[in-house]
Design a protein around this ligand. Structure first.
Ligand code: DGY
Length: 460
């Protein structure tokens, strides 16, 4: 069995191995990719999460990771969810499928949708942990205009009604691609209406299930719909006013919006220290507006916060027992009564307190599938948000602290016993190894979280 020091060294080695240097139009970029097998480009929320671990071992590299992300920012402020590394063919869909180069700079190729907006949270976190004051200041001053442009873009195009909750238009924007939360919305896209050549193209080119067990990935039908949406948005020339109007998938996602609320708090705090107070007030106001709106998505009957399906004029709550219901803790949007219920559900061994918590879907639910991506496995990344969320409430409830510590220990244990996988079997079903690792191995974000958790548990 590895010692914690060996484990930490392995995490560092993974981040080093997953660092890629590429040249685009004569310019050099260094980026950390999520994994060597499939995710061979740069992902927005992965990179932000990775930088938060990286800062504990190499401050310079952590700053660099966020700065390289903004190199992919569009002229209109959007930060896309993937920045492609040229020459890499191990991921599908390929860069050229999106046709977005007219929006980017320096010939950089990107996707056309975004990811949960973790950037400002990561930037603030780097400031909390980095030691060199001057470098910190230079870094933030460089990053601030891009972060503001990104937030302004999201507010303008994803919340035109100014309700406080942003709309996502693709399941990939949620980061939880095949979550049961999206079933009812996605199922309205009739597979019979998806062109045969599109389906044939997916069948021929899909890469993830070549490298890995298809039981652990989204289904064929999911993929047809994911790619169908991309083709639709491309036809709409990536005009988000039109996309919001026409997409068959438009959702106010509680996970995405919890990160949005906290990112606005982070941006406001950064502006307070390094920028302009009037601007800080704007983002703080947005944070509070989103916190209030998240609180109001609570369903008393279902004892959970609900995503809202807003597709083509609908306003319908989505009820699904997934770990996204704990994300408003991270946003600081939870009332005392809601907190009691969330803590009960998190402690319930029939629901979310499985042998290796926190499963992405409640284990008693009809949707639960212990192997399939976001339909059951436990993910270190969502555990991290839940732990950080619980920490916001330790003064209000002693169980919040206990649960946060318990989930930290369990997350470290899963990684220590099985390795740096993307996600883990949440059950103890008497097969060996327990908490079997699944998805892609040597996963950068898992390594970064391990570094953060060991820091919190043993070095603070
Ligand atoms: C994938 O390809 O699996 C990603 O989740 C999309 O970003």
């Amino acid at each position: 069995m590895q010692t914690y020091l060996e484990l930490l060294n392995e995490a560092k080695a993974i981040l080093q191995r997953n660092t890629m240097t590429v040249t685009v139009n004569g310019k050099l970029y260094e980026r950390i990719i999520p994994s060597r097998d499939f995710y061979v480009h740069q992902w927005l929320w992965d990179s932000a999460g990775i930088a938060m671990g990286q800062v504990h071992i190499d401050e310079e590299a952590a700053f660099h990771e966020l700065l390289s992300l903004i190199a992919g920012q569009w002229n209109n402020g959007l930060i896309p969810h993937i920045i492609y590394n040229p020459g890499e063919t191990r991921y599908y869909p390929p860069a050229d499928q999106w046709q977005t180069t007219r929006f980017t700079r320096d010939g950089i190729k990107t996707s056309g949708i975004t990811d949960p907006p973790l950037l400002a949270i990561a930037a603030a976190n780097l400031c909390d942990h980095a030691s060199d004051e001057q470098k910190k200041r230079d870094f933030i001053i460089t990053l601030l205009p891009s972060m503001m442009a990104y937030h302004d873009h999201l507010k303008r195009y994803r919340d035109p009604e100014d309700c406080g909750l942003l709309t996502i238009v693709h399941p990939w924007e949620s980061g939880t691609d095949d979550s049961p939360r999206w079933d009812s919305v996605l199922n309205r896209i009739d597979l019979n209406n998806i062109p045969t050549d599109l389906k044939a193209n997916v069948d021929l080119n899909r890469k993830d299930i070549r490298y890995q067990n298809s039981e652990e990935r989204p289904t064929e039908a999911d993929y047809y719909r994911y790619i169908y949406l991309i083709e639709l948005f491309k036809d709409l020339a990536w005009d988000y006013t039109k996309i919001l109007h026409e997409t068959p998938f438009a959702v106010k996602d509680i996970l995405f919006n919890s990160i949005w609320a906290r990112a606005n708090e982070a941006l406001a705090a950064l502006l307070h220290t390094y920028g302009n107070q009037e601007e800080a007030n704007t983002y703080q106001r947005w944070a509070e507006q989103t916190q209030k709106a998240l609180t109001n998505t609570w369903s008393e009957e279902d004892q959970q916060y609900c995503d809202i399906d807003v597709t083509q004029g609908r306003h319908q709550a989505i009820v699904a027992p997934t770990n996204a219901i704990f994300m408003p803790l991270y946003a600081g949007a939870v009332t005392d009564a809601q907190l009691d219920i969330l803590l009960q559900r998190l402690s319930n061994t029939d629901e979310f307190c499985s042998a290796y918590p926190v499963p992405s879907t409640a284990i008693h639910s009809r949707y639960f599938d212990k192997e399939r991506y976001w339909r059951g496995p436990t993910w270190p990344i969502t555990n991290f948000f839940i732990i950080e969320g619980l920490k916001r409430y330790t003064a209000r409830h002693k169980n919040a602290d206990q649960l946060a510590n318990f989930f930290m220990q369990k997350t470290v244990q899963m990684i220590k016993e099985n390795g740096f996988w993307e996600y883990f079997d949440p059950l103890d079903d008497a097969t060996e190894p327990h908490a079997k690792g699944m998805g892609f191995s040597s996963f950068s974000w898992t390594a970064a979280i391990l570094i953060q958790l060991l820091n919190k548990l043993y070095y603070n």
